[in-house]
Design a protein around this ligand. Structure first.
Ligand code: GAF
Length: 438
């Protein structure tokens, strides 16, 4: 184990990957970053194995769950996400060749991207990373060659924002190593634009915002109209956040997400409005005349629920908060049509367990079409609740969902561990990395 990674309790198997976190049926897994994530450790070890020397930088970013406010970030709504204690980590070292060497723990060899090529999307996960680098180049950043290695505890395609974690961690590295600083909101927008223009996913602003701005033990109330935000402290008696991964993979790029955006936009056009803000009190008869009334119903009702949820959170009204989560799920299932049978089954099962069995509420979280449910449960009942959900789900769908608990975690961070002398002396291959700006 590398000296600047502190030992942590092993909570899963070692077969972690950029893709999936270790799956253990019937066991509640904590994310692990209760100051150290397993991904950080595996990332540094992977770097050393791949390149034969230590990294100089370590950038790491969390996944996220959205408590409520779904599919309204691109509709000028409010959202209430928090970072989870599963992280993606990226270790880096400057090299004196015009190349980006990219290694992930799923690969045996590093992929090589020349800094002299014009980068085009390849249609795989490297697009998130190369797209961000290209955006920095387009803004006049000063490039240098890099060795990179990454590892992740955030399941991919599970609606927990592994892509935003990837974008934001490489963006933080670029700020340092390519000497181009951005303020946090600029960074969020750069990463969102990369998803739009390079990856082809017309996402809203929520995921990159929470990954960048998250504060430990807080939710983020983000106003997606003017991008202002407020950190909402988690009360000490807040229930446990239980995250249930159906393992049904979503592929938002494939069109359904973009269609939802277009449908919402078509409703606004029919109303002759430029924003949903201020449309909250619209009469239901007016909604019925829109091209997609159910979509409009979701947007308007979810905006109201999100603000009510903040109130419940601050008052400690868990049953009322839980009801809002169930209502949000019903709206996403019936009106926005982004749920799937596996998500619905879990939410119904949570609802029928109810407060007497320690369940306050739950809903699908993220883009939908698969992915995860977030539930609020009593800490002492977590194991029992998870066991019941897993066996019932297994009987129904032939596999158990993964389940893990998480506490609200901190956002993207970059560290420069170890003594500075590594920059001044050649490494054991005789290479002297370029000195960085102070
Ligand atoms: C995905 C998108 F990336 C977010 O911007 C948001 O729209 C979310 O789906 C749904 O709330 O995660």
């Amino acid at each position: 184990m590398h000296s600047w990674i502190k030992p942590i309790a092993n909570h899963g198997s070692d077969e972690g990957s950029h893709g999936s976190a270790p799956a253990q049926q019937g066991r509640v897994m904590t994310g692990g970053f209760g100051n150290q994530s397993q991904a950080l450790q595996r990332c540094v070890e992977g770097f050393i194995r791949q390149y034969g020397h230590e990294p100089e930088w370590l950038s790491h970013a969390p996944g996220r769950v959205n408590l409520i406010g779904e599919h309204i970030d691109y509709n000028d709504g409010w959202v209430l996400p928090t970072a989870i204690d599963r992280r993606l980590a990226m270790a880096a070292r400057v090299i004196d060749r015009p190349e980006i060497l990219l290694h992930s723990e799923q690969q045996t060899h590093a992929r090589i991207f020349s800094l002299e090529d014009a980068w085009q999307p390849k249609g795989d996960w490297t697009d998130y990373l190369i797209g961000v680098m290209k955006a920095f180049l387009d803004r006049g950043a000063r490039p240098c060659g890099l060795e990179l290695s990454l590892a992740s505890d955030i399941p991919v395609g599970a609606g927990l924002s592994s892509s935003a974690a990837l974008e934001c961690s490489i963006a933080s590295l670029m700020e340092e190593l390519w000497e181009h600083r951005l303020d946090p909101v600029e960074k969020v927008i750069l990463c969102q634009q990369v998803e739009h223009a390079f990856v082809g996913m017309p996402c809203g602003i929520m995921d990159q915002s929470i990954v960048t701005l998250a504060k430990k033990n807080h939710f983020l109330l983000l106003d997606c109209m003017d991008r202002s935000h407020q950190h909402i402290a988690v009360p000490s008696n807040f229930p446990t956040l239980l995250i249930l991964d159906t393992k049904v993979k979503h592929a938002l790029v494939e069109g359904a997400y973009a269609r939802r955006r277009q449908e919402c936009h078509a409703c606004l056009e029919a109303l002759g409005r430029s924003s949903w803000r201020g449309a909250e009190d619209m009469a239901s008869t007016k909604l019925e005349s829109l091209p997609y009334p159910a979509r409009a119903r979701h947007v308007i009702s979810e905006m109201a629920r999100t603000l009510q949820a903040v109130d419940c959170l601050q008052k400690g009204a868990w049953e009322a908060l839980g009801d809002l989560l169930y209502q949000s799920h019903a709206s996403l299932r019936n009106d926005f049509e982004v749920s799937c049978p596996e998500l619905d089954w879990l939410v119904e099962a949570l609802q029928s367990l109810g407060p007497s069995a320690g369940v306050w509420g739950g809903r699908m979280t993220g883009g939908g079409f698969g992915g995860c449910v977030v539930a609020l449960v009593e800490p002492l009942q977590v194991e029992r609740i998870l066991g019941r959900l897993q066996s019932g789900f297994h009987a129904q769908f032939g596999h158990p969902p993964d389940g893990f608990v998480s506490t609200p975690a901190s956002g993207c961070q970059i560290e420069r561990p170890g003594p500075l002398h590594r920059l001044d002396h050649p490494d054991r291959f005789g290479r002297t990395p370029r000195r960085l700006s102070p």
